[in-house]
Design a protein around this ligand. Structure first.
Ligand code: GLA
Length: 394
């Protein structure tokens, strides 16, 4: 029995009926190779979808209600499709209701349906579990509502809008775009100022990516994230109030930014450092693409380390757990690159490890991290997965 058959069985256990009318949708989590915290600053990013996903089993129910359930939680939600604005603060289910609300506002027809969620993307670990839920939900609801052909970039934008306006997390477009548009065995090089993109084969030769989850308790991530975003807006405002005319921070060169340094008063120096991270990160991301495309994995790894130092020192979006993983990784034989990935403030690190050194890497990391932090990390390895899709069972 496939995992899908098992989920269908559980779905029928919860909602009754038969298999008739049941459809299955799935969207992946992601890591970001480089280009961190610059999607909302008009920069480039380089995400890769994971094989870990969120699956939605769905069936129209002929009523005016969206019924939500999950395999891993006792929570159940029953939302009125004529009052979707009312479900913003649920302990679980707000992402789904937010997506339904935004789709409806944009003219998609939302029909009552029963939905069962099953996720293998670890929750709250910075691997975009929420974006994968949003995008899978958007595809499911749009298709159940009668749209057969979907514009997946539009789906990503609607999912982002739900998160920004309904849930209140002011995220950029990277995660939803990756969940909607990813391609198996590829990274996506995405220009977040235009949404132009291209697929880049993810070929690391003798190396592989090991994801280390710090398992740090999830605290204040959203407020710190929103604060960083506000700081970037303030930094740009300082620059443009002093004669600059830049649409976003990533449109500046480092020389240009430095010429505005004097405009940042002592107490605004922190804003200058935030801007410096954005400007240098953009340059590193473009260089990383070149390194990856020319098979220069060593240079690619070096750029990842530089990116980690910048986001740790200038952007201050890591924290003691991610810093510990980075420091430990840098001392392990066979590691040529390492950095935090995703929103930060806890969450995950990615390290580029020689394939024959993966087991020692995990062993040393586990021992030393546990000694430093007091609890163990988790590890994941995944090929580059594909974007959101409907699953058809044979
Ligand atoms: C979170 C957000 C993304 C992006 C990253 C940091 O994952 O959802 O939009 O800003 O953080 O790069």
């Amino acid at each position: 029995m496939t995992k899908y058959h098992e989920l269908i069985r559980q779905f029928i256990g919860i909602y009754g009926g038969t298999e008739e009318g049941i459809r299955i949708f799935e969207a992946p989590g992601r890591i970001n190779l480089i280009g961190e915290h610059i999607d909302y600053n008009g920069g480039h990013v380089l995400p890769v979808a994971l094989e870990m996903t969120n699956v939605v089993i769905a069936r129209p129910n002929g009523t005016d209600r969206l019924n939500l359930a999950a395999t891993s939680l006792p929570d159940r939600v029953s939302a009125d499709i004529h009052a979707l604005e009312n479900y913003k603060n649920l302990p679980w289910g707000s992402y789904q209701c937010g997506v339904a609300y935004v789709l409806q506002q944009k003219g998609y027809s939302i029909v009552g349906c029963d939905l069962l969620y099953h996720g293998t993307v670890p929750y709250g670990a910075g691997l975009s579990s929420s974006a994968s839920i949003e995008v899978a939900t958007a595809v499911a609801l749009a298709k159940l509502g009668g749209r057969d052909e979907l514009n997946m970039v539009e789906i990503a934008l609607l999912a982002q809008e739900a998160e920004n306006k309904y849930v209140g997390m002011k995220c950029g477009i990277m995660d939803q775009f990756a969940a909607a548009m990813a391609k198996k065995n590829h990274a996506i090089f995405l220009d977040c100022s235009t949404l132009e993109y291209r697929y880049v084969p993810l070929e690391l030769g003798d190396y592989t990516i090991v994801i280390t989850n710090t398992n740090a308790p999830h605290k204040l991530t959203e407020s710190q994230y929103n604060q960083r975003r506000a700081e970037c807006e303030q930094a740009l405002a300082v620059i443009n109030a002093n004669g600059g005319n830049y649409p976003h921070l990533c449109s500046m060169s480092l020389d240009e930014l430095e010429s505005f340094k004097r405009c940042f008063k002592e107490e605004a120096r922190v804003l200058y450092r935030r801007a410096r991270h954005c400007v240098t990160e953009e340059a590193r991301t473009v260089e990383s693409l070149k390194a990856l495309e020319s098979g220069d994995i060593e240079t690619f790894g070096k750029l990842l380390c530089e990116a980690n130092i910048s986001i740790r020192d200038d952007y201050e979006a890591t924290g003691k757990e991610l810093d510990a993983v980075f420091d430990i990784a840098m001392g392990i034989d066979g590691v040529i690159g390492s950095r935090m990935t995703g929103g930060g403030f806890g969450g995950c690190n990615i390290s580029i490890v020689r394939k024959d050194r993966v087991e020692p890497f995990k062993k040393i990391m586990e021992e030393e991290y546990t000694k430093a932090v007091g609890y163990a990390p988790s590890f994941y390895q995944s090929n580059a997965g594909e974007g959101a899709r409907e699953v058809y069972l044979k």
